[in-house]
Design a binder for this molecule. Structure first.
Ligand SMILES: Nc1ncnc2c1ncn2[C@@H]1O[C@H](COP(=O)(O)OP(=O)(O)O)[C@@H](O)[C@H]1O
Ligand SMILES: [Mg+2]
Length: 238
């Protein structure tokens, strides 16, 4: 469904992506793992069109490399950015409507919003509350809900667990698993490898803008390099 070929990106003279090749099949959940600065965010930005890159990106059989951000959203790519980026001065409901703005009025708005509210009941309770007044976990749920409102074919998630207490991070991941379970394709970025591999069936490890390892969740979880670098000593001891 999604193919990236030889993607390279620079910030001035810093190479953020250095020849990335990856693919995500329809219905898959795939994880991108790597430490801070590995290039994970840059890769998602390249796919959603926020960051200009060289190389080729195809989606649903079409070359999307030259499409604008909005055209890529219309094609079915929703990007839930690092740090949530919800609109603090808009209500929960208004933030969700922003996610739907690229859609033509297709009559599904109400049912899609109900779906988000049933997935995240806390958002329903807070639908008239302003974005800034939400907790970090609620903001993450809102950012995901906003992404879903575009009716995407693939959901790009950038560190959904970042800054959340473990219990909340697990709750967010349980909802991501639900969304994926309903058939949505997911590409997610995480430093928290354990959480990422709890949902993803396959993953790529990024270092210094390059893919250094790829494999099934089981293979990556058992890989010594991954365990040492990303799972920490407690996981190795366990
Ligand atoms: N706006 C920017 N300006 C300059 N360098 C950047 C910018 N954003 C990211 N970088 C650099 O690009 C590299 C990859 O960053 P990023 O994609 O954010 O990694 P990750 O999401 O894995 O932490 C890092 O070396 C980072 O310092
Ligand atoms: Mg990042």
């Amino acid at each position: 469904m999604l193919h990236c070929k030889d993607l390279c990106a620079y910030y001035k003279d810093i190479a953020a992506l250095r020849g990335i090749n990856l693919h995500v099949d329809r219905g898959e959940a795939v994880a991108l793992i790597g430490v801070n600065g590995a290039g994970k965010t840059s890769l998602l930005k390249a796919i959603s069109g926020v960051l200009a890159v060289t190389g080729a990106i195809t989606f649903d059989g079409e070359d999307i490399s030259h499409l604008s951000i909005e055209q890529r959203v219309r094609a079915g790519i929703a990007h839930v950015p690092e740090g949530r980026k919800i609109f603090p001065g808009l209500t929960v409901k208004e933030n969700l409507l922003v996610g739907a703005h690229i859609r033509r009025s297709d009559g599904h708005l109400r049912s899609d919003m109900d779906r988000v509210y049933s997935l995240f009941p806390r958002l329903a309770e807070r639908s008239t509350q302003l974005g800034w007044s939400l907790s970090g976990g609620e903001q993450q749920m809102l950012a995901i809900g906003r992404g879903l409102m575009a009716r995407p074919k693939v959901l790009l998630l950038d560190e959904p667990s970042l800054g959340l207490a473990p219990r909340l991070a697990e709750e967010v991941y349980a909802r991501i698993a639900d969304i994926h379970g309903e058939g949505l394709t997911v590409l997610l970025v995480e430093q928290n490898t354990v959480l990422a591999l709890s949902v993803a069936s396959r993953g790529y490890v990024l270092e210094n803008g390059q893919v250094v390892l790829e494999g099934s969740a089981a293979e990556l979880g058992a890989n010594d390099r991954v365990r040492e670098a990303y799972l920490g000593h407690s996981a190795i001891a366990a």
